[in-house]
Design a protein around this ligand. Structure first.
Ligand code: CP
Length: 344
């Protein structure tokens, strides 16, 4: 990708809007104020996400969860978040079980489903395709990942996790050193997270990848325009020095036309020996997951599983309150949640 597929839309206060409608397609829609408003709603959702409290603010509402690419976390956590607020979920997974396999267009699919459900979450292999769903309907549409484009809800839960972990450690996001490692070309989560972090001040980004998998130029330039320091390197050990956050990614093999992952060797793996050698006691180790657990895989080693710096399962847990906050905000019920809560 050479440029963002999404025009920026204004975000006023807690509203998440795209072309004047309540839709979440890109992190470009967010101001820092809008991010912080959303995170306050996510904090309020925590006891409901943990089933200490119950709220039924979305009772009677139905979510269409359309996943045309593989997913575990995003699909299930969006569904669980909707159910936690009292709603119901209809899932469609894969093209095979959708009439798009018979040639139905995105426009027709979106228009038809608007008559059945109250919100859509869509994952699709083509960049910009979720915006096409959104343009065909007035119901809220959420981008659950569009090819190598964006994954805004993942970036929001990643940033929410960074803020919560930093708060526990007495740190703030402004001034932090963020090291992004791996497939920065096709990894949509690092695209969205970089753009969201760009809203903060005086960050240092170290972008560690082989030349064939570098971060798209338009994102590097966007970080530079916001006066962040950006260093691009192939040297994993040197790049991790002094990092407050190490964010590893999986190589996105499914987005390669062929099987050549030039320059991507086991030296790019984040493992216990490396973390102990070059990271500090408060460095956060993050990954959007899934990590590739097959022999020879090289993103994030399981030997870190019992290291408290590994924040990956705190990230996945935070997916529920953040996605509940996204639904509540898009559907305009965020102010009713507190009054609707009762003990579980
Ligand atoms: N992080 C993420 O998008 O995971 P899934 O592909 O399992 O949804």
């Amino acid at each position: 990708a050479t440029q963002s597929a999404y025009p920026a839309a204004p975000a006023h206060g807690g509203a998440i809007q795209f072309e004047g409608r309540p839709q979440l397609l890109s992190v470009d829609q967010f101001s820092r104020e809008a991010v912080e408003d959303l995170f306050r709603v996510a904090d309020m959702m925590q006891p409901i996400a943990r089933r200490q409290k119950i709220s039924r603010v979305l009772e009677g509402a139905v979510l269409g969860n359309l996943f045309f690419e593989a997913s575990t976390r995003t699909r299930v956590s969006f569904g669980a978040a909707f159910c936690r607020l009292g709603g119901s979920v209809c899932d469609t997974t894969g093209f095979t079980f959708s009439s798009m396999a018979k040639g139905e267009s995105i426009y027709d699919t979106s228009r038809v489903l608007s008559g059945y459900v109250d919100a859509l979450v869509v994952r699709h292999p083509e960049q910009g395709s979720v915006a096409e769903f959104a343009r065909a309907t007035n119901i809220p549409v959420i981008n659950g990942g569009d090819g190598p484009g964006e994954h805004p809800s993942q970036a929001l839960l990643d940033l929410y996790t960074i803020q919560r972990e930093f708060s526990r450690l007495g740190k703030i996001v402004d001034g932090a050193h963020i090291a992004l490692v791996g497939d920065l070309k096709y990894g949509r989560t690092v695209h969205s997270l970089s753009k969201l972090l760009a809203l903060y001040r005086n960050l240092r980004f170290t972008l560690i990848s082989p030349p064939s998998l570098e971060m798209p130029t338009y994102i590097v330039e966007q970080l530079g325009r916001h006066n962040h320091v950006v260093v691009q390197t192939e040297n994993l050990r040197a790049g991790l020095q002094g990092a407050d956050v190490v964010y590893a990614t999986r190589i996105q093999k499914e987005r390669f036309a062929d099987e050549s992952f030039e320059g991507y060797t086991p030296e790019f793996q984040i493992n216990q020996a490396l973390v102990d050698a070059v990271c500090g006691p408060e460095t956060l180790i993050m990954h959007p997951l899934p990590r590739d657990g097959r022999p020879g895989a090289n993103d994030l080693s399981t030997d870190l599983n019992h290291d408290s710096r590994l924040a990956i399962f705190r990230q996945t847990d935070n997916g529920i309150p953040v996605r509940m906050a996204i639904f509540a905000t898009l559907m305009g019920v965020e102010h009713q949640v507190r009054h609707s809560m009762r003990d579980a």
